[in-house]
Ligand binder design. Structure first.
Ligand code: ASP
Length: 438
């Protein structure tokens, strides 16, 4: 069975086992001692250990992979003048798709009225972590200590440093070529590491989902059903419809091929709820399965995982509409325009890790004078929504990578059109002689 199929099986069985445990332990079907055993030995024991190791194995790859791959990418652009237009196009597309996402979310939020008649005034309190100010976000882009940036996993700073190294390499003549060939070899080795660690995915995904669903308050979803399903609906419209349309219009490529091939990225994002932890899989898929040149992908993918969060913006749009309706506050058309602006900025400031979208939501709410306590009401269903919105976030990064690559003439359409199975066979055939020679 292919890895993708094994991961799908792991997802389905992980959810099934988790829900079974959840029902069995909450409905009092089992003896109390057995419940405790399930909770402490299986759920908080085995599932937690394997799930945490799996996420760590992805995260450990992120900084070396982004750094090395981006150095290779930038130095291979050779003529650095291409960097500016490419970066410009990427940023414009990231902002544009986020703007569309949040607008769609607000339209649905106003039409569906998920918070109408809920009346939550004075019922909850929420003290969230403070969202970073825009000024701080801007200053934080530039590293004063690259090693510290890597140790902290500060992606924007790592990106800036890698671009500097890459540009310097391409302008250093012979010594630059020597360093570049080292980085290219190192990049191959790290890509191999990605392939190796991806073998852990079925076990990791199973344990993550089983643990999550075993502890999930499923009734919370029914109570907030309208909000929950409104967010999911907009996420699906955007992830399947808007991206397909944009891909078709901007590149003429087949959206179904794209959606089919981007599946591993969606699955990893869904299971980890982290765009950052998914970077290794996104980068590998975008380059090896979708045919985007490393020169583009090594820049667009980590940048997208850090600043492009369409799914997060969608949740923030529907959540703002929900909270306004639940508090009977009419924020008016100008209020919604402010939401579009701030949610686009908030999504740039949202780190690609689980749950941060909810923290930056406070930035959006306070801009339009809505009470932050409203967040307390949607926390219960946020983890599940986080998984779906992260999947949309990374699908957006992949789609934009293709559009930018196509515009830059850095896209291999033959790879894009070739089936994933054939590509895997080809890769194996390429590896065999290398191993024998070794
Ligand atoms: N978990 C999301 C991501 O990593 C961010 C968020 O919306 O909380 O992309």
């Amino acid at each position: 069975m292919s890895l993708t199929k094994r991961i799908i099986w792991a997802m389905v069985s992980g959810v099934a086992v988790g829900v079974m445990f959840n029902i069995a332990t909450t409905q009092g079907w089992l003896a109390a001692t057995f419940n405790t055993w399930i909770d402490s030995f299986i759920v908080d024991g085995i599932f937690d250990i394997v799930g945490t190791i799996f996420i760590a194995s992805l995260k450990l790859l992120v900084v070396p992979l982004v750094f090395v791959s981006l150095v290779c990418g930038t130095s291979s652009l050779g003529d650095n003048t291409r960097m500016g237009p490419m970066a410009g196009k990427t940023l414009v597309l990231y902002m544009f798709t986020t703007g569309v996402a949040i607008t769609l979310a607000l339209v649905v939020g106003v039409l569906v009225q998920p918070g109408a008649g809920i009346n939550i005034e004075g019922q909850a309190s929420y003290t969230g972590a403070e969202a970073p100010s825009l000024k701080q976000v801007l200053i934080n882009i530039f590293p004063s200590n690259p090693i510290q940036a890597m140790a902290d996993g500060n992606m924007l700073q790592v990106i800036v440093f890698a671009i500097l190294v890459g540009v310097a390499i391409s302008r250093s003549g012979e010594p630059g070529r020597q360093v570049a060939s080292f980085f290219n070899a190192f990049n191959d080795v790290i890509m191999k590491m990605v392939t190796l660690l991806m073998q852990l995915a079925p076990a990791g995904v199973f344990c993550l989902l089983a643990k999550l669903f075993a502890g999930l308050g499923i009734d919370a979803i029914w109570k907030l059903g309208k909000y929950f399903f409104a967010v999911v609906a907009v996420l699906l419209i955007h992830g399947l419809g808007v991206y397909s349309l944009l891909l078709k219009v901007l590149t003429g490529l087949n959206p179904l091929t794209f959606l089919n091939k981007v599946r591993p990225v969606i699955m990893f994002a869904f299971s980890t709820a982290s765009s950052n932890a998914t970077i290794p899989v996104t980068l590998r898929t975008v380059e090896k399965r979708l045919g985007v040149d490393n020169g583009v992908a090594s820049f667009t993918v980590p940048l997208g995982a850090t600043i492009n969060m369409d799914g997060t913006a969608i949740m923030q749009g529907v959540a703002t509409a929900f909270i306004a309706q639940a508090y009977n506050v009419d924020i008016g058309l100008s209020g919604y325009l402010v939401v579009i602006m701030t949610a686009t900025l908030a999504s740039i400031g949202t780190a690609g890790v689980p749950g941060v979208g909810l923290i930056t939501l406070s930035m959006v709410l306070s801009q339009v004078g809505l009470p932050l306590e409203g967040i307390a009401f949607i926390i219960g269903v946020d983890r599940l929504l986080d998984m779906v919105r992260t999947a949309v976030n990374v699908t957006g990064d992949s789609m934009v990578s293709i559009v930018v690559a196509r515009g830059e003439g850095a896209m291999n359409e033959e790879i894009f059109a070739t089936s994933a199975e054939q590509l895997a066979e080809r890769e194996e055939a390429e590896q065999a002689p290398k191993l024998q020679a070794g």
